[in-house]
Design a protein around this ligand. Structure first.
Ligand code: GDP
Ligand code: MG
Length: 301
């Protein structure tokens, strides 16, 4: 008779400058979308858990908002959430964008890691975008920082090198009981995830036209008898002019947004979805303490 394998479980904080590919990597490792991704910086607002089962090990990734130099209150709260995610974790994975190299954000993180004397695993991401010479040059520069236990070259987008990285991270996870049910992929409530999906479509479709302060909230969620679900959401913007942008000509923009979000929600939830989107102007939400609490951020950071 085989003895059952000892269970293991642990947290890995994924840190890095905005846009290096943290959410893309975690979604790939988990096998489904738990964190939204967009080319716009600061898409991830709060701590998101992505739970990955690797044999008898439960590897729980903490997707942190990109760490950057904070100026406004919302930015400060996000940076505080990112560092507290890192200090709670069993290990830290730093991601660097191979095509951007060591920018000021990454340098600030490296300096902070050096000071904290914390050993981290380094993943140089987006290797699909750069030539080998440039990659070797960047690696040489990074190794001058004496904080890395191990260095991996990956592409979160294509999956290149991701298996080796996961194997290494999994090996470092401590023995212990699983912390979440085996089939759970995130700790994000469905209502919040549904709002995040719509926010992602908003960013993807509107890009530069809308400030990243636009937000989405799920107002109601109703499971219907026929197995479908009705979801009502409000898109909050700060000004009337922004409301017009989100609406589009005769409502065409919000219609396209709703269609894209509904399609993805149907895939994730595995049922028919009726999605209703409303747009409201709320000038002051960036300074509203309740919003911060909803996202698990510290208003006074
Ligand atoms: P985060 O801010 O660190 O969470 O970054 P995201 O995961 O949101 O990714 C930012 C952008 O980089 C998105 O447009 C991704 O599609 C893109 N991206 C992420 N990983 C890769 C990669 O390995 N290769 C390429 N070419 N693009 C990537
Ligand atoms: Mg992200």
């Amino acid at each position: 008779m085989n003895a059952p394998e000892t269970t293991r479980a642990g947290f890995i904080a994924v840190v890095g400058a905005p846009n290096v590919g943290k959410s893309t990597l975690i979604n790939r490792l988990v096998g489904t979308k738990v964190s939204i991704v967009s080319p716009k910086v600061q898409t991830t607002r709060t701590r998101v858990l992505g739970i990955c089962m690797a044999g008898a090990a439960q590897v729980i990734f903490i997707d942190t908002p990109g760490i950057f130099e904070p100026r406004r209150r919302l930015d400060r709260a996000m940076v505080a959430a990112a560092w507290s995610g890192a200090s709670d974790a069993d290990s830290v994975l730093l991601m660097v964008d191979a095509s951007r190299g060591i920018d000021s954000n990454t340098r600030a993180i490296l300096d902070k890691l050096v000071k904290s004397e914390r050993r981290v695993v380094l993943a140089i991401n987006k290797v699909d975008l750069v030539k080998k010479d440039a990659l070797l040059e960047l690696t040489a520069k990074l190794t001058q920082y004496d904080v890395f236990d191990e260095i991996f070259m990956i592409s979160a987008e294509t999956g290149d090198g991701v298996d080796d990285l996961l194997a290494h991270l999994t090996a470092g996870v401590p023995e212990g009981p699983w912390l979440f049910p085996e089939d759970q992929v995130s700790d994000m409530p469905e209502r919040l995830l549904a709002a995040e999906i719509t926010r992602e479509k908003l960013y993807l479709q509107l890009r530069q036209e809308l400030p990243y302060s636009a937000t989405v909230e799920t107002e109601s969620w109703e499971d219907k008898e026929d197995g479908s679900v009705r979801i009502d959401q409000v898109i909050y913007v700060q000004r009337d002019s922004q409301k017009a942008i989100v609406l589009g000509k005769q409502g065409s923009r919000v219609k396209a947004l709703g269609a894209a979000a509904r399609k993805e929600l149907e895939t994730i939830l595995g049922c028919r979805v009726h999605l209703f989107l409303f747009i409201k102007v709320r000038e002051k939400w960036v300074d509203d303490p309740d919003r911060y609490r909803d996202w698990g951020l510290d208003y006074n950071a």
